[in-house]
Design a protein around this ligand. Structure first.
Ligand code: SIN
Length: 489
């Protein structure tokens, strides 16, 4: 097995890699073993303010840097991430737990945001609008919002950060990044790529701290920070909405999800099994777009369950750096508790445990936070798993009969991020895609994430879109200029 890292990183403020004011640090641990894999400075309010100072100071220079130059830096940063993929992925697996192959995939996914937004930087077009009065002229400008803050999660420590920094840098904004304290080392390595690609001092700044509330409060009360982009839970998202009211700050929120995964009778069953596995068990079930409810039409239910069970039983659980591992540890013991609570609740209310349903605690698993990949048969609305996000490797199956019935079941959620279904009937494909109340629909596809598509949700899954041609709009203000008295031609 490859060895975990041992890395002591620093804050990045105004182009300098420094310790926190006062010098305190916190440990970063491997969720598979509980061992220390590095440390980060425990940033203070003074450090957050210094990072905002640096971002504010860098703003005039960066927003007036030609877009083509900003694009070159982004492309170079993507190249450097690819060159350093082994190092970044090893750090990611060490602190986050996901299997190394997935971590390498995430580095590529993360780099693709820089590349995509390099292209978008060069296409921030305005408009010339025909005036109401022919004596006037009307221009529409799109300008960078200013200093932005990115608050990023532990489940995709590289990609969720580049999905925010890519468009911010492309638009001409400067940033303060606060990564999750469980996974700050990956963040530092990615920011080193940006710095080594030639980003001027202060364009991106990194603050780590165990005190997420203090960081958020400092950011939200500083008038120089014009926008915050957050990926995380709906609960915290609601707190941020409340905090944003005081200064009417712009927000983009990518919050919780509870994806339905529908398999119609006419689906290609092997493709559907692969799709559900990819969606459900990616990152050990710790994604916002994970299938959380699988609805299988009665005619194929038994066949689907048998095929799914065979594949899940073959999944190797282990340390993410060990050869052949598919399912790594969950991020911490609370995550294991949550998955287990959902399973126990479902079983107590009548679901059948097909496979898994246990904490793994023996031998190599003794000091980690492992949960066996699990399938529940016969999930109903009475069970917590039907409405609450599990964020673990637990698939719950429910049988259905008609299209109308399954649409109603699928839309019965406060969340509206991703949804999926499999059918070979193209009329149904269009109909169901239109009727699902979700920001993302995967039709005959279990993986829907990419840099070139607008990723985001409706309902309590948040607002704003990341990626795609609209992703950069979140970092731009629209200004219209009326030029009077120009005369007619
Ligand atoms: C997430 O879980 O928040 C994002 C997953 C993705 O980008 O695919």
């Amino acid at each position: 097995m490859a060895t975990t890292i041992n890395l002591d990183e620093h804050l990045l403020i105004g182009g300098s890699w420094i310790d926190a004011t006062g010098g305190a640090r916190f440990d970063v641990t491997d969720p598979a073993t509980g061992n220390k894999v590095g440390s980060m400075p425990n940033g203070t309010e003074a450090d957050v303010k210094a990072a905002i100072d640096a971002a504010a100071a860098a703003l005039p220079g960066w927003r007036s840097t030609p877009a083509i130059q900003r694009a070159r830096i982004l492309r170079k940063a993507a190249d450097l991430m690819r060159e350093r993929a082994e190092e970044i992925a090893t750090a990611m697996t060490s602190e986050q737990g996901k299997a190394l192959a997935e971590a390498k995939g995430e580095v590529e996914y993360a780099a693709s945001f820089f590349e995509w937004f390099a292209g978008e930087a060069e296409r921030v077009y305005g408009e010339v609008v025909p005036p109401m009065n022919t004596n006037n002229r009307v221009l529409v400008l799109r300008q960078p919002v200013g200093v932005v803050a990115a608050i990023t999660p532990w489940n995709f420590p590289a990609a969720m950060m580049t999905r925010k920094l890519g468009p911010a840098m492309a638009a001409g904004c400067t940033s303060v990044v606060k990564p999750a304290s469980a996974t700050p080392l990956t963040a530092a390595l990615v920011l080193r790529c940006i710095e080594d690609a030639g980003a001027p001092a202060g364009v991106v700044n990194l603050v780590t701290s165990r005190d997420a509330g203090m960081v958020a409060n400092t950011i939200f009360t500083d008038g120089r920070v014009k926008k915050i982009s957050f990926t995380g839970s709906t609960e915290i998202g609601k707190d941020l909405i409340r905090a944003s009211a005081e200064q009417v700050k712009r927000l983009s929120l990518e919050l919780g999800g509870h994806a339905p995964y529908i398999i119609f009778d006419d689906a290609d069953l092997d493709e559907a099994v692969e799709g559900l596995i990819a969606s459900k068990y990616r990152n050990a079930g710790q994604t916002c777009v994970c299938a959380n409810r699988a609805f299988v039409q009665r005619g194929v239910y038994d066949a689907f369950l048998a095929k799914l069970t065979a594949k899940v039983d073959a999944m190797k659980v282990g340390h993410g750096l060990a050869e052949g591992t598919v399912i790594g540890p969950l991020i911490d013991s609370r995550a294991v508790d949550k998955a287990d609570e959902h399973v126990q609740d479902a079983v107590a209310k009548g679901a059948k445990l097909v496979t898994g349903g246990v904490r793994l605690t023996d031998g190599e698993f003794a000091n980690g936070s492992f949960y066996a990949p699990t399938i529940l048969d016969g999930v109903t609305k009475e069970m917590d798993i039907f409405y609450e996000e599990t964020f673990g490797p637990v698939a719950g199956l429910t049988v259905f009969d008609t299209e109308d019935e399954v649409i109603e079941l699928a839309n019965d959620s406060i969340y509206g991020l991703a949804s999926y279904f499999h059918t070979k009937d193209y009329a149904r494909l269009m109909r169901v895609a239109e009727r699902l109340e979700y920001g993302i629909v995967g039709a005959n596809a279990g993986i829907i994430s990419a840099a070139n598509v607008p990723f985001g949700g409706v309902k309590q899954s948040g607002y704003g879109r990341e990626g795609g041609s609209v992703g950069i709009d979140e970092y731009l203000d629209v200004k219209y200029v009326l030029m009077g008295g120009v005369g007619t031609v």
